[in-house]
Unconditional design. Structure first.
Length: 173
């Protein structure tokens, strides 16, 4: 899988599991999500988790332009995973941690939304390049009948300001 990700050079790409842990990524995926990778919310192996970053790092409010909708989607994805894997101890611990430490998480979890979304637009305020608007697409990977992993690709619309901002400095016009 890492070889596949490394071969993707025009889009930010990563693989995450159902608990929203980033388990593999390409260089652009790491660069795009640098604030999350550099956050103290990463696990002891340095692996980021979208839910921890979203709810436990105040910097996520600056990074995710549409923080509220992203927070709701994050909670809904975790709820869907809990429905698929009700005996996943690590997932239960994550939900317990977020419930204990984040009022926003508790409030959104009480809404009982379940959502699985595979495409859309993300707006990010990247600390090095500014505001980016990227289209994303996620596809489920066939790893096993029980495990859920998806490959997500983020790319800028051709000719857009976001595409120019996302280009390496030496390739900009």
């Amino acid at each position: 899988m890492q070889w596949l990700l490394d071969s993707i050079t025009m889009s930010a790409a990563f693989v995450r599991n159902g608990r929203l842990d980033v388990i593999a990524h390409n260089a652009l995926g790491r660069a795009l999500h640098a604030p999350m990778f550099d956050s103290p919310t990463t696990d002891k192996r340095g692996r980021p988790n979208f839910a921890r970053y979203h709810f436990l790092d105040d910097g996520s409010h600056d990074f995710f332009v549409d923080w509220e909708s992203g927070a709701a989607a994050t909670v809904a994805l975790l709820r869907a995973e809990a429905g698929r894997e009700p005996h996943d101890r690590t997932l239960r611990e994550l939900i317990g941690e977020l419930s204990t430490l984040s009022r926003d998480f508790r409030t959104l979890r009480a809404a009982h939304d379940v959502r699985i979304r595979h495409d859309g637009v993300k707006r990010l305020q990247h600390p090095e390049v500014g505001e980016l608007e990227l289209t994303y697409q996620s596809v489920d990977l066939p790893v096993s009948q029980r495990a859920v992993h998806d490959l997500s690709l983020y790319t800028a619309e051709p000719g857009s300001t976001s595409e120019e901002l996302a280009e390496p400095t030496d390739q900009r016009r």
